[in-house]
Design a protein around this ligand. Sequence first.
Ligand code: AHR
Length: 540
Amino acid sequence: MIRYFISVFLTLYVYYLALVIRLKSKIMKYLTSLLLFICLLASQGIAQTTITLHADEGEYTISRHIYGHFSEHLGHCIYGGFYVGEDNKMIPNQRGIRTDVVNALKELEIPNLRWPGGCFADTYHWKDGIGPKSDRPKIVNTWWGGVTEDNSFGTHEFLDLCEQLGTEPFISGNVGSGTVQELSDWVQYINFNGESPMAELRKTNGREEPWKVKYWGVGNEAWGCGGNMRVEHYVDVYRKYATFMNARWGDERIFRIASGPSDDNYHWTEVLMRDIPHQLMQGIGMHHYSVINWNKKSSATEFSEEEYAVTMQKAYDMERIIRGHSAVMDQYDADRRVALVVDEWGGWYDVEPGTNPGFLFQQNTMRDAMIAGMTLNIFNNHADRVRMANLAQTVNVLQAVVLTDGEKMLLTPTYYVMDMYKAHHDATLIPAKIHTVDYTLEGKSIPAVSVSASKKENGTLTISLVNVDSRSAQPVSIDLRGMHAQGVQGQILQAAKLQAHNTFDQPEGVHPASYNGAKLDGDQITLTMPPFSVIVLSVR
Ligand code: AHR
C-alpha cells in the first residue's frame, strides 16, 4: 500500500514540476518522462512492509508446547510410520520403533505427542493394547480404512516412543464409547506410584515406575466423531470424567483438556467456560484445518495458484478464530488460566492417487510450508492464551513432517519450517507491530507478510517472517528498539514453484539454506523476501 502512495505522490510531483516550468521543448518532455520512469522504479525498492519490535519488552512466554505433534492410529502414521515391529530386520528400530523417524523428530525437539486419536481415540480400549502381544485382541479401525489392527502398538509402546523422543505424551481418553472407570483406570495404570490394582498390572507388564503423564484429553470432537453430542450434554459428561481421572493417581496434577469447538463455534467454547468448574479443566482443544472445501478439496501437489490462495485464506482464518475464542474465554477467565489448545491443525487435501482414501496420505509442498510458517506466527503472537498445539499429523498423514515408504524416509517442507522456528520454544514473545501490503487473489485478501519475534535468555532475538504472496517479492524494513544489535544471520526456505516438494527419489529438493540477505544498519534491518518464502533471522 505504502509503495502505491509513494508512486502516486512522486508522479503528481513530477507533473507539477512539468507544469511549473511549462514544458515547451521536446527534449524537456522526454527528460520529464524519464524522470517519472526513474521515480516509479525507485519507489519499487522502498519497503512495503515495516515492522517495529521492542526487544526489551515482552510479557509472555511462547510455550514450546505450541510446537506439538499428533499421531493417530490412521493409515501409516503408527503402523509403518512410527512402528515397524520388533522383528523387523530391514528397517533399523529400537523395540519396533523406527530409528530414522525418531532421530528426525529429536532434531525438531518436539515437545509433546498426542495419541491415539483423533476419532480413533473414542473407539480405543486401552486394555486391548497391554500385556503379551500374542494375547492382544485384533480390532477393526472403523474410522480409518476399516483395517484390522493387531494392537501391537499400545500404551507401553507409545510411552517408550515418547521416551526415545524425549517428548511429553498427551493421551486422548475414550469418552465416546468408553466408561468413566476405564479412563480413570488408565490414569491409575500410567501414573500411580503406590499399590493398587492398575499399578500392579503395570508392573506385571514389565514397567515398575509410573510414567507420570501430565496431558490428558477428555474425548475428541465430542460434537462429531466423539459422540455427536450437544455441548450442553458434553459439559456434564466432562465433569464426571474429569473428576475421576484425577483422584489421587499421581503426585503431580494432571492437565485435562476438554474436547473443544470446531473452527469458529464460539457457542461451544462459551458453554464449556460457563458450565465447567475451571479447577477441572486446564485447557480447551480447538480444531481448525485449512481445507478449500470439504466436498472438493485440491490435489496436494497439482493445485492452481487460485487454490493456493484460497488455502492460505483458510489458514489465515486461524487469526480470527483464535481472537474469537480468546474473547469468549476472557469473559470467564480474565487471568487466562485455561489454555486454548489447538490440538489439530494443518492443510487437508485429496489423498495421493492410488492410495487408500481412508489413510489420508498426502504430499507436502511449499504451500504447506506457508501454512506452517504463518500459523506458527499466529500461535506465537497469541502466546498469552494459546499454550499448546498439535500439527496433524506427524508421519504419513495430512500435513506430515515425515513421510515414509518402506525403508525410505523423507523430510517435508513443513518439517523444515518447524526446524527453523524451534528457537522460539519457551522464549519470551516480543510484540511486533507490522504494516504490510495485501496479497489478493480470487477477490479476497490476506496480509502478504506475517511476523513473530521472541528473545532467549541469552539475549538472542529470533524473527520469523513469512511472505505468502505467490507473485511479488516483499521489501521489509525492521525497526529494532531496545537492543543494540551486533549482527544478523538467517535461514531461508524458498523454491522455484509453489508445488515444489521432496520425493523419495529426490528427498532434498526443498531444503532451507543459510541467508545473508538481511542488512543491519544501526537499529534497522532491511531485506527483500522472495515470493512464497520463509525467513528466520537470528539477531545478536
Ligand atoms: O486428523 C484426522 C481427523 O480429523 C481426526 O481423527 C479428527 O479428530 C479430525 O476430524
